[in-house]
Write a protein that binds this ligand. Sequence first.
Ligand code: COI
Length: 355
Amino acid sequence: METETMNIKIRLTEESRVNQLDPNNIVFGTLFTDHMFVADCVNGVWQTPEIVPYGDIAYNPAFATLHYGQSIFEGMKAFKNEENDVLIFRPLENFKRFNISAERMCMAQVPEEIFIGGLEELLKIDAAWVPKGEDNSLYLRPFMFATDVYLGVRPSLNYRFMIIMSPAGKYYATPPKVKVETEFIRAAPGGVGYAKCAGNYAASLYPAKLAAEQGYTQLLWTDAIEHKYFEESGTMNVMFVKDGKIITPAVSTTILKGITRDTLLKLAQSMGIEIEERRVSVAEIIEGISIGSVTEVFGAGTAVVVSPFAAIGFEGTDYVLPEITENSLSTKLKNALNDIRTGKVEDTFDWVWKV
Ligand code: COI
């Protein structure tokens, strides 16, 4: 069947695969919904987008993205409330950040109509894929890559923007043990650290592999100049609880401006918890864990939500953090966030969009 809705050409699958979704056994990023959204930008002009059955796409071996890495993405989540409405969380923030990444990578700007309009339409069609249950959501992955068939190095003139969706459960089965990285760097001032571009993730794989060989689940990046100050962790921002306050590295050109990060800081403030956004030194945190003033360290991100760390490895020593309880700040923040995102409590921040 082929129809046109809101200037989107829609071709639906003949057979849904939604029965493959087991809400009690979701492995992140492995199963994809029935449909995907595709919009091409040809010489600066966006063409009529399409929603088509999820599946392989054709690519040319000379696609610029394959050679020079013009590729960016976003991560978002959709939830269902008690009434089975589909809710998305702060989508305009992801839309804005996507175009900030696009600007830095010299790529086309995506219109709101395509990013948000496409997402809403796709979610309406694949609403049955939004899983219920604690820690469950539908992970939304808008992304864009360069499609010029050209081997010269220059910004591509053609792009493909797509949205795919994948049911998600808990990202980490157990609290991660994280290594403070003091040799390799994720980002340097003037670089692309604040952009959600594919290359940032590619560059992290080798140091993360070395850390995994030493028994660590993730890395805690330090600054490129002195390796003295924390930046962010593998796929998330990082927060420390010290003397009951939340301390987190201030965002800069080397740190991704996390939307979960911003959300948690606003929630913490609304709970009367003091926050400090500033430079956070490794020495301060290691000493704090040793004397008991640092009681929690956790990652904050769309995929991981709020993920408390079990231990931090620094220069060959593991600094073990106290166990997380129902009274831990990270638990309270995570519950407050989940209650808003799933419509359990009133959203006084105006963060939730009903599709
Ligand atoms: C997200 O939290 O959406 C991310 O970007 C993490 C992803 C790389 C797994």
